[in-house]
Design a protein around this ligand. Sequence first.
Ligand code: BV8
Ligand code: ZN
Length: 260
Amino acid sequence: MGQTDNPLHSEAQEADRIGPPREEIERLRQVLHQAQRVVALTGAGISAESGVPTFRGADGLWRQYRAIDLATPQAFARDPRLVWEFYNWRREMLAPLKSNAGHLALVELERQVPEFLLITQNIDGLHHAAGSTNILELHGNIWRVRCTECGEVTEDRTLPLPALPTCGTCGGLLRPDVVWFGEMLDTLILAKAYEGLNSCQALLIIGTSGNVEPAASMGLHAKNHGAVVAEINLEPTPQTEAYDISLLGKAGVILPQLID
Ligand code: BV8
Ligand code: ZN
């Protein structure tokens, strides 16, 4: 497909307009039919069609709200009120949003394949809301809070939470139960993720720009362990060349075509 004469026509728009080639979709459908164990790794792109801003998009959280500066333990130590203002704003924005066809297609896929594991980088809880069950939340969940003193973790959907919310058990300052930049991921969650990546026959990587580690290296890890790796994304990523299949377009349009 040559470049169109209209310079404003971005590659992503073009890809979205025509969709991926039918034979590539068919090839991936075959792989999924034959696979015993399938893993899906998702990022912000799968929630974009629900109205959740991604991180790097034009309206992205990192452009407008310096998310990468606020989503750190240093920022929270320096100004917990500002960081809570950021998370309360995201909670209020997320609260009315619903899962989309992409999330629902993964619920259906979980029903169709013998063994399915969903690894998500998203903290919005939309996979759970859609009905997925075997989920690993690599970066936590914005609807859970954790006490910085006693460590108690609870789900709290209060909108908004107080400016500086405190623990019901010990009175300590609460923080969002998410993984910030520079923080280690939960070791048990990571162990389960790599157990799935080591043993799956097919890995779908959906709606992630492949910039944030350790998630960004999980595709290559699965490929080195013998999996067929397929990327479903609006645009190519730094890892696309290394994968077996690349379907360019919207997750909510492509994923339903992969299931019966
Ligand atoms: C760690 C929760 C070990 C919080 C998130 C220097 C200093 C310190 C650390 C580092 C450093 N250099 C590297 C690091 C490691 C760092 C990292 O990777 N940094 C990056 C920025 C370089 N990683 C960490 O710190 C991790 N911890 O490594 O521990 C360690 C310990 C100490 C010191 C060093 C190492 C922790 C990372 C977790 C951070 N927390 N979220 C919050 O959200 O508030 S990350 C957050 O951003 C998300 O969870 C997500 O993971 C990430 C955004 O990425 P994406 O999901 O890919 O979203 P993005 O917008 O980028 O892309 C969307 C894609 O979808 C696009 O490609 C778009 O085209 C596509 N798309 C859009 N619409 C659609 C679509 N596709 C399909 N359909 C559509 N409709
Ligand atoms: Zn406490």
